[in-house]
Design a protein around this ligand. Structure first.
Ligand SMILES: NC(=O)c1ccc[n+]([C@@H]2O[C@H](COP(=O)([O-])OP(=O)(O)OC[C@H]3O[C@@H](n4cnc5c(N)ncnc54)[C@H](OP(=O)(O)O)[C@@H]3O)[C@@H](O)[C@H]2O)c1
Length: 308
């Protein structure tokens, strides 16, 4: 019997033949560079095995005026080097509308998805995710938009982000095909998905659980605290992460990513660095030999208390 936790190597979206590597690359911070620089990031991510590229219609250099910029830049990358589209699994999101703030009505979602397809310069989106739950649109109507987008072949699969398990089940009730993914914020600093039912539902329903801001937006690496009330937690986490990093001859970021990968929900961290060397280095997370005790040490440091 070994205490070493097993890290996943590949994922398939339920009910599809869409497969991808166990770490994904995210485009929240992607806009605002030349097409050449952007291409280098996508190529580096793909070469590192991060074959799912996650973006959203709302990502741009500024809020709210940058709406569409990240997708448009990714579209330029795809147009400039057409073979890249075949090498990536393309995931995007819709439903956030600056000022509203959310709209998941049927007509809006269909038009938002068509606008994403056009900016991304592609015929099909592999995974279309509702970015945040719109509390004012009935689940039946959201499902009707997703069902039609699936039937029309505009998207290969549908998922949710920042949804509770109850919201996800309610939406699933009206879907013709399974919802294939959750995307909560999840890191050593933000561990709620472990206890709020999202990762349980992901396992139960064979949904892929992506983790957004897996390094807490860099706070776990820089130690610079941006989240309110997180200073003590970060101060407790850093020495534990560094001890495991030292034992594995890797950096702290790799350990923080391995903590997510080691969860039995087979979590897919979406790394967000824009630095080519750091994109490559993120792959070393897959070589971390994390023990059961290491994993609970990290969780206990985050909680500030031993497990009961
Ligand atoms: N669904 C949602 O609501 C939602 C919300 C937010 C994000 N997301 C997704 O999650 C992705 C990742 O989010 P994120 O960018 O906040 O992720 P993250 O990996 O937690 O943070 C990335 C940030 O950490 C910094 N960083 C500093 N040192 C680093 C190191 N050694 N290694 C790696 N990064 C380091 C990066 O700066 P450098 O670039 O200088 O390395 C970058 O600013 C996004 O791109 C997006 O796809 C989804």
């Amino acid at each position: 019997m070994t205490n070493q936790l097993v890290l996943p190597t590949e994922h398939t979206l339920t009910g599809t033949s869409v497969t991808f590597g166990s770490i994904a690359y995210g485009c929240w911070r992607f806009a605002g560079t030349s097409v050449n620089e952007a291409t280098a990031k996508i190529e580096t991510a793909l070469q590192s095995g991060f074959t799912l590229i996650d973006t959203a219609d709302v990502y741009g250099t500024t809020w709210p005026d940058g709406f569409g910029e990240a997708e448009a830049l990714l579209g330029e990358v795809i147009a400039a080097q057409k073979s890249l589209r075949g090498e990536m699994i393309l995931a995007t999101k819709g439903g956030i509308v600056p000022g509203l703030p959310y709209n998941s009505t049927r007509d809006y979602l269909i038009s938002a998805c068509e606008a994403s397809l056009s900016r991304l310069k592609t015929d099909v989106i592999d995974l279309y995710q509702i970015h945040r739950p719109d509390l004012l649109t009935p689940f039946e109507e959201v499902a009707s938009a997703l069902n039609d987008l699936l039937a029309a072949g505009k998207i290969r699969a549908a998922g949710v982000s920042n949804f509770t398990p109850a919201q996800t089940s309610a939406l699933q009730k009206f879907m013709n095909r399974p919802l294939v993914s959750h995307q909560p914020e999840f890191s050593c600093l933000q561990t709620e998905p472990i206890t709020d039912g999202v990762l349980d539902q992901a396992q139960e329903s064979k949904m892929v659980a992506f983790a957004w801001s897996p390094l807490a937006g860099g706070q776990l690496i820089t130690g610079i605290v941006e989240s309110a009330g997180a200073a003590d937690k970060i101060a407790r986490l850093i020495p534990v992460l560094d001890r495991i990093a030292h034992e594995n001859s890797c950096d702290r970021a790799a350990v923080a990513l391995a903590f997510l990968l080691a969860h039995p929900a087979r979590v897919v961290p979406i790394v967000g660095t824009q630095n080519l060397e750091r994109i490559k280095a993120s792959a070393s997370a897959l070589a971390v030999k994390m023990t059961r005790r290491d994993w609970y040490d990290i969780l206990e440091a985050s909680n500030g208390a031993p497990m009961p």
